[in-house]
Design a protein around this ligand. Structure first.
Ligand SMILES: [Zn+2]
Length: 206
């Protein structure tokens, strides 16, 4: 495979990008000068050096200077509400909720959703990591888990799977499960929801 084809394949793996768009991206890169291309590739190489994954909520965050922080600013903030944990599919959903300034608790990023008829759901989302996070957080007063998943079939399927997967934990620690997605309109994506929609969904969580 030559570099044109390799890049085509890489762009096709990007979320929401099909073969036609991938091809447009490669031609876009071809139209740029060598300086742009080398700075572009340097940024890619540096990305993981400058961005870390929080060991608690598993979201990505930009590290400050040379510090080796393993917790993001939200998890490092001990003043938040320890009784609630919001489970989101991806980093961008967490950002949307945090921006709405309507949630005071902590988060957990699943890293995806479980497609309908998936045989190995625990491989598609960080279910085991969530179980471990719940065990840790139960010790500091966790009382409610809010599934803030998109109001889509996949979102619904994911909460069904997780409710069952976490049944032992929720019984053992007497933790309530509620759903934010049902307060959103059917088929809507959390990532694109505005501040008021998120506030209303939180107020109407079931
Ligand atoms: Zn965190």
């Amino acid at each position: 495979m030559n570099s044109f084809e390799k890049l085509l394949k890489i762009f096709e793996e990007f979320p929401g990008i099909g073969p036609r768009q991938a091809r447009r991206f490669v031609y876009f890169l071809l139209s740029k000068d060598p300086q742009f291309l080398s700075s572009f590739s340097e940024n890619i190489v540096d990305l993981k050096k400058e961005v870390a994954q929080c060991k608690e909520c598993l979201r990505h965050f930009v590290k400050k200077g040379q510090s080796n922080d393993s917790l993001c600013s939200i998890c490092a903030d001990s003043g938040r509400d320890h009784s609630t944990l919001m489970v989101v599919a991806k980093d961008t959903d967490l950002a949307a909720i945090e921006k709405s300034e309507s949630f005071e608790g902590y988060y957990f990023v699943l890293g995806g959703l479980v497609p309908i008829l998936e045989r190995n759901p625990e491989r598609r989302v960080r279910a085991n990591e969530l179980h471990k996070a719940i065990e840790r957080k139960a010790a500091s007063g966790l009382k409610e888990i809010i599934f803030a998943l998109s109001a889509t079939n996949e979102g619904e399927n994911t909460s069904l799977f997780l409710t069952k997967f976490l049944e032992e934990d929720t019984k053992k620690f007497d933790i309530k499960i509620s759903h934010l997605g049902r307060g959103l309109s059917t088929g809507s994506e959390l990532e694109y929801a505005d501040k008021d929609t998120i506030k209303a969904a939180l107020a109407n969580k079931k």
